[in-house]
Design a binder for this molecule. Structure first.
Ligand code: S3P
Length: 444
């Protein structure tokens, strides 16, 4: 995706946010639906797919690899090529802003005997890819990229792949998933061990498409075993709504006086729900209404009401993976709470779409919030409800979650907050603006 001119956007102080916030489909599950559909035999019909640019870029990539990906009415329909059946793309694969897209695709294609060149926008071209290409080399794939293992990068896939056993050195679902997806077209068993559990959508969905995947908890951590060369069968998928997008209306409601917002039908898979647990520990008036199971996963309607008495907490480091994308907006809530919020074990935040600790710390400090940070930790001193001064313009560094977090800050601050570019919001939450306006927010 080529990113057009910057689109500044301003959020002034908001009146009460009220009503129902129907957030779009889950980004992680949407990417995987398209990829696994493309690797299946027969048809996969997807309802509720997130039509964010990241996912659309993955859909275009699957077409370039030979699958048919089409929109029929409100659904997306994929006709797959079967495991091992991808075709050599005729052109460079441009994954836009999406680390998930490029890393999962590198995994899938690494066990096909052809070369693929990947690129992306300025944010993605600055992000580390060695974390994926190192385990892919064990299958027999070779990567040639820019210095520091950056895109553009060509990966020559293994024509005679061997299955691998690999322990991920960092908590990353993308790395785990890249190895599992590569293992699909290697004969025998591929084993991934992760010390801390990360989001488990790949494992669940691979099983759903017919692969044999076993997960075991051992002293070393989570061990995931995949039997290679399965036949995957197309299926119907209803993508649940994204808890990482729900985070924005939920957090906005907690800090904007008078708010009461219902965010229906949010997946509460424990590998994704860490933010909501943390907010409740802070004293947020956040309830799970109508708790139920949806497609084998816990789900509920989230109800968030203005919570003037929230207190800073120490977020347990072992919770980091289950809320890794939510720390930016948590830091905004922390700035509106009493006392200090401590976030440790979060080095991964430095290699997301931007260095998210630096981006949030810079903007919060500019409005007078005390933030301390180190390589893998940060602390925010809250100013209490109504204490956020605002009155700043912040740089979003092509990072959708930085943009949305500061717009939420502006809704609760005394003076407006402007983000220098709201364009990247379209990568994950294209309806963010109309959805927040529907609740009562005003943008300029
Ligand atoms: C994702 C994994 C996480 C997350 C990203 C989506 C996924 O990245 O930040 O938004 O779908 O696997 P890491 O695996 O790098 O932690």
């Amino acid at each position: 995706m080529s990113h057009g001119p910057a689109q500044p956007l301003t959020a002034p102080a908001s009146g009460p946010l009220t009503g129902v916030a129907e957030v779009p489909g889950d980004k992680s599950i949407s990417h995987r639906s398209l990829i696994l559909g493309a690797l299946s035999e027969g048809e996969t019909r997807i309802s509720g797919l997130l039509e964010g640019q990241d996912v659309l870029d993955t859909g275009a990539a699957m077409r370039a690899f030979g699958a048919t990906v089409e929109k029929h009415g409100g659904d997306w329909v994929v006709h797959g090529v079967g495991v091992g059946g991808l075709l050599e793309p005729e052109d460079v694969i441009d994954c836009g802003n999406s680390g998930t897209g490029v890393r999962l695709l590198m995994g899938v294609a690494a066990t096909h005997g052809f070369a693929v060149t990947y690129t992306g926008d300025a944010s993605l071209r600055s992000r580390p890819m060695a974390r994926v290409t190192e385990p892919l080399a064990l299958f027999g794939a070779q990567a040639y990229g820019r210095s520091g293992g950056r895109l553009p990068m060509t990966v020559v896939g293994a024509s005679d792949p061997i299955p691998v056993a690999y322990t991920t050195p960092m908590a990353s679902a993308q790395v785990k998933s890249a190895v599992l997806l590569a293992g699909l077209n290697a004969p025998g068993e591929t084993v991934v061990t992760e010390r801390e559990a990360t989001r488990d959508h790949s494992e669940r969905m691979l099983r759903g498409f017919g692969a044999q995947v076993e997960t075991e908890r051992t002293a070393e951590g989570h061990v995931i075993r995949l039997q290679g060369r399965p036949t995957l069968r197309g299926r119907d998928i209803a993508v649940p709504r994204d808890p990482s997008s729900a985070a924005f209306p939920v957090c906005a409601a907690l800090i904007v006086p008078g708010s009461d917002v219902l965010v229906p039908n949010i997946g509460l898979n424990p590998t994704r729900a860490g933010l909501f647990e943390t907010l409740r520990e802070m004293g947020a008036d956040l309830t799970y209404e109508n708790p139920r199971e949806e497609g084998g996963e816990p789900a509920a309607d989230l109800r968030a009401r203005f919570s003037p008495d929230m207190k800073g907490v120490e977020v347990p480091p072992d919770r980091a993976a289950s809320m890794i994308d939510e720390y930016p907006v948590l830091s905004v809530v922390a700035a509106c709470a009493e006392g200090t919020t401590v976030m440790r074990g979060v080095a991964e935040l430095r290699v997301k779409e931007s260095d998210r600790i630096a981006a949030m710390a810079t903007g919060l400090r500019a409005m007078g919030v005390e933030v301390r940070d180190g390589p893998d930790w940060w602390e925010v001193d809250g100013l209490g409800a109504g204490g956020l001064p605002g009155g700043v313009t912040v740089a979003t560094h092509l990072d959708h979650r930085i943009a949305m977090s500061f717009l939420v800050a502006g809704m609760a601050a005394r003076r407006p907050v402007t983000v220098d570019d709201s364009g990247p919001i379209a990568t994950s939450f294209p309806i963010f603006r109309p959805l927040m306006e529907g609740l009562g927010a005003a943008f300029a």
